[in-house]
Write a protein that binds this ligand. Sequence first.
Ligand code: NAP
Length: 300
Amino acid sequence: MYDIIIIGGGPAGLTAAIYAARANKKVLVLEATICGGQIVNSSKIENYPVAPGITGPEFGRILQKQAENLGAEIEFERALKITEKDGHKIVSTEDDEYETKAVILASGTEPRRLELENEEKLIGHGVSYCATCDGNFFKGKTVAVNGGGNSALHEAIYLSGLAKKVCLIHRRDEFRGGIDLVEKAKARKNIEIVLNATIESLHGDNKLESITIKQGSTEKTIKLDGLFVSIGREPKAKNLMPELDLDDGGFIEAGESCTTNVDGIFVAGDVRSKDVRQLVTATGDGAIAATAALHYLEKA
Ligand code: NAP
């Protein structure tokens, strides 16, 4: 039996693991892919105190090692379900069931999909959700970025240094992202901005060949080598535990104490309902959720 199982090995989850392990608790982190979370896609971190310029992968590696050195166990399995049994929690993965006294959910977010036919099939074959991960495959090619937030603007600017042409497609006539980034994108000669446009369909059998966009009543097909979808992120909280209170966006309700409505279940990082989703707030949540879980264990 574990004292605390942490679901998610990103900055929030691993920070929670550090705090719980330092308190001599038996801790398991369940991570579906690789440790570090979303930050592993960042080539450079400039806004985390004391570590200016550190790369995302390096940040993830150091954090993982720090948690392991303190005694936290890490298993690379996807948590699918949390249930209650005799006052304890059971966390089920595809192959195992783990018993624990408390759970900290730090499962993060995933890219929102366009929900178009063909989209799933073309992922990795022209459709991507991460320019820093896949941009290199499109050197000298023609790509599009869909979205109007800071991420889409960043991706378009980054890709303009690699691709021959970048088409930035946004559904409104005004960007959601900051004016500095908008001005920077506008200044790039190889970025074409297409406003009031939605992507209607993706074409290509084994790889993306073109997309059809709709602007007002006009439909147009554009030949492309790559499409980067950057239309926001969604919480990875669905179906884990139906008893948990979620907000309208599907994020887990908890407040600043990181304590959910279910006894013994805590939440940290981007999957929590909150205003500021940053590396520093994720690690802050990890510390708060672990402290709340430790108090819960003392009382139990
Ligand atoms: P975001 O700010 O939520 O922007 C999502 C964009 O996608 C919006 O422009 C939205 O259009 C569009 N969109 C949403 N659903 C769509 C759909 N189904 N079809 C077409 N377009 C759709 O998300 P984000 O850019 O990923 O940023 C997330 C957070 O991180 C934000 O708070 C952002 O400021 C922050 N961030 C900050 C930086 C930075 O450098 N400071 C960098 C990256 C991210 P509408 O505008 O019409 O809703």
